[in-house]
Ligand binder design. Structure first.
Ligand SMILES: [Mg+2]
Length: 149
């Protein structure tokens, strides 16, 4: 079969818990890794489709990750072309052909709810950290000048 299948990395092929650097790629998502391996064994072309490669220094860790998990040698891209026949991505919203209506409105709403929850948790954590910083600054302001901690 001609054409290639794009597979997103973070949150699709690999577990994702927030960005921690180019070398930090989560453990594989078993169902997705098995699917990719089956496609490759079946002669399908699969490309890792990730925004990570829009910046230098990100491609090598992805290659190493793929090699480690038994799918070495896959192309890595962030570009769509006429050969792409499918895209598997945790952020994608599939729309009905020529209609502009989402195919999976329920799944999309779940995704949006999860994003809102995650943002709220992050906002709470930022407030906690800001309060800690304020306490530390207040403490440091009471340390006499020239005195070591
Ligand atoms: Mg993703």
């Amino acid at each position: 079969m001609s054409g290639w299948i794009g597979v997103d990395l973070d949150g699709t092929l690999a577990q994702y818990g927030g960005f921690k650097g180019p070398d930090d790629i989560g453990e594989p998502v078993p169902a997705m890794l098995d699917r990719v391996k089956a496609w490759v064994a079946d002669g399908r072309e699969v490309r890792i489709f990730t925004a990570r490669v829009c910046a230098p220094g990100f491609e090598e860790p992805i290659k190493a990750w793929c090699e480690k998990h038994g799918i070495g040698g896959l192309a890595i891209t962030n570009a769509k072309d006429f050969g792409m026949v499918e895209l598997w991505d945790d952020r994608a919203v599939r729309v009905m052909f020529n209609k502009g209506e989402p195919c999976c409105a329920e799944a999309r709403n779940e995704m949006l709810d999860a994003a809102v929850t995650k943002n709220a948790l992050l906002a709470d954590r930022i407030k906690e950290l800001e309060a800690e910083v304020e306490k530390l600054e207040e403490y440091l302001s009471r340390v006499p000048a020239g005195m070591y901690l």
